[in-house]
Design a protein around this ligand. Sequence first.
Ligand code: ADP
Ligand code: ZN
Ligand code: ZN
Length: 817
Amino acid sequence: MAYFADLILPLPLDNRFTYSISEEEFQFIQPGMRLAVPFGKNRIYTGIVAAIHQDPPKVYEAKPIHQILDESPVVTEKQLEFWNWIADYYLCTEGEVMKAALPGAFLLESESIVKLKKSSEVDWDALNDEEYLVIEALQRQSSMKIQEIEQLLDKKKVLPVINKLVSRTLVDLNQEIYEQYKPKQVRYVRLNQAYSAEAEMHQLLDELSRAPKQREILLSYFALTARSKKSLKTKELIKESNASASVLKSLIDKGIFEEFFLDTDRVGFDGGSQNKEIHLNEDQRHAFEHIQDNFRENRVCLLHGVTSSGKTELYIKLIEKAIQNGKQALYVLPEIALTTQLIKRLQSYFGDKVLVYHSKYSLNERVEVYRHVLNNSEKGRIVIGARSCIFLPFKDLGLIVVDEEHEATFKQFDPAPRYHARDAAVVLAAKFKANIILGSATPSLESYFNADHNKYALVELTRRYGNVLMPEVEVVDIKTAHRKKKMTGHFSERLIDEIKECLKEGEQIILFQNRRGFSPILECNTCGHSPQCPNCDVSLTYHSHNNQLRCHYCGYHIAMQHKCMACRSNEISTKGFGTEQVETELKALFPESRIARMDQDTTRGKYAYEKIIAAFENEETDILIGTQMLTKGLDFRKVGLVGIMNADNLLNFPDFRAHERSFQLMLQVAGRSGRTKKRGKVLIQSYNPHHRIIQQVSTADYKEMYKEQLEDRYQYKYPPYYRLVRLTVRCRDFSKTNEAAEWLSRSLNSVFDPYVLGPEFPPVARIRNEYYKNILVKIPQKQSLGKTKRIIQKVLNSFKSIGAYRSVRVVANVDPQ
Ligand code: ADP
Ligand code: ZN
Ligand code: ZN
């Protein structure tokens, strides 16, 4: 009898790969376990078992596996199904999904590492020459790569040798996989048992009367442990008693204290659970009931709640309900909205049941969260995180909350899988028969359309919590202001006045400057030249803080130029304006005020973002300038004014979603104003004050925006009426890019005419020396989505087989944003 395992490998393979296994292995191996397997020339990869069976592969001979890495599955059946769905829907491979889904530490390419097993007795006489050499070498160096062993033995096929050593438990392969993940250890102290009785304790204190510092520590220890706890973090004790580590050490040396270590989860938080009661107000209670009713019918709920209507409190109540029923709950939100503010709110309510899964966390932290979820442990019952947390190994998922569901960043752009976390979450919820709620103050047209057509249930919160009024919106016509010379730099007189007023009242101010297309560039007043990136088709942008010109696409940079690089004229100036420029002008206008800036440049590093937010929260900052980053779910108490520096660039962006996005963005920023008692103010500066979208923002009229945009979408054949698949052709050779794109569009047109657009160069047509060209396939509602994609896949497969286009890459993006 022959037995086989199909594996998903982290390689660009279209299919699973089959390996042969022994009967014994067949009995042991389960789908979802990791196996180390050979692939290609003596390379070993870690793969995930997708299936085990008895049918030999048809076109190749199955190789035996190398090693089983797990005692039990690390990937669940449901995950495997889910990966398969993602690969199928988003036109990518399961291997690509696997790489996105698992913490990197799980897939370390074991190919490379061999280690001597600790505590193994080597019986040298039993080794043959080659084995002897390997073990001897491993005793001198802690680990060796397969390659190094190949060199050592001077031959290519060393795996059998290593295999033997593995089976004799002399060496380990893939040791790195296990060692990569090390729980962090924390030092604790406790009093030696001998002193626990009261009499001994007093005697000890007497004995120490001549060592006041040591006595001090002891007293602090008693004070700190008075309430039941018996052990203390060493750090905490030292801090509280104001003592030095050496004083504590002498107590440990005397045997009065004992020190020991405990694993701690890095991801845990120190703050204990306070479980503040939440009393929903009438509107919220109503919405809560409505949601529950729909959940009972297994319907996806869209919660349309205006900014500050208390959606978060509703989510908390829903989560509470889910975990009371013994289920796991997932709270997904866009990366930039993942703030300490929100995490703290959840943690103060649920304590350490809440874990955070975040790309900024280290490998280890991610493995910890993964393990907790896999074990369905109490800790991690609730996970909050950005899009990739939909890939966690849930066992019994009961609820998914997708917050800020309209956010474009839910869609992964690069690399594959180019999935949309909101849409994938809906599929995930269905797999678990779990409830799912999508929430936003400005829902995406797609979701609202689904609610409109009764595919989703719509639940609304139309009033702000505490009946705070929606902010008053004023539009400032900066065209007229310019003409009347009422502008100071980019600030209208109105805006300056309002800022003054606000500062006088002791309130805070947020100024919003759109990121896209607003970076300052250098331009020559004589010949019009502006310095370009040599690798990409874009102008370099000016960064004043380090006086550099940089490319936003590839990172290329040069020093700031003071003469035109084309004509040597020194009449050059910066055009366009970014947050940095707003900051500079603002500092000149309000030299007394405390001003901070939040954008990509100021928020690098793990806590940079949190620090800026905290400073603003603690009112150490008067005016905060920022990009889209500051629109998201932040709950500030004392913001009296929000200024939108320029609405037009948002509106004029060449994209079918530009108007929808502008509306969402402006309304969200506006929502940061006046969240407590007093009514806030919003000032929008624009050259087009009568633009429909600006009017709709002023009246906060979502439905009007929805209706109008929907008409456009219908007329121009865009989502939600048509589905889109975008194919991007990329190549370093310009004419090959064109030819390949033509070939593809011809093939697609022969099937899908008239629903193929392009090929067309995108606005930035060359990045890192690669040319880009796009083809857009539109899929009408009545046309089968699955069938269309299978045809596209077929066309792509024939494309791949064309020799002349071997250097051309085609990237498929389903539902591009
Ligand atoms: P949204 O998420 O809709 O923007 P939030 O949930 O942040 O709104 O609520 C806005 C403010 O109102 C927050 O400070 C929140 O703590 C407060 N709030 C909302 N609902 C309640 C409630 N039921 N009890 C007490 N405070 C509430
Ligand atoms: Zn010039
Ligand atoms: Zn560049």
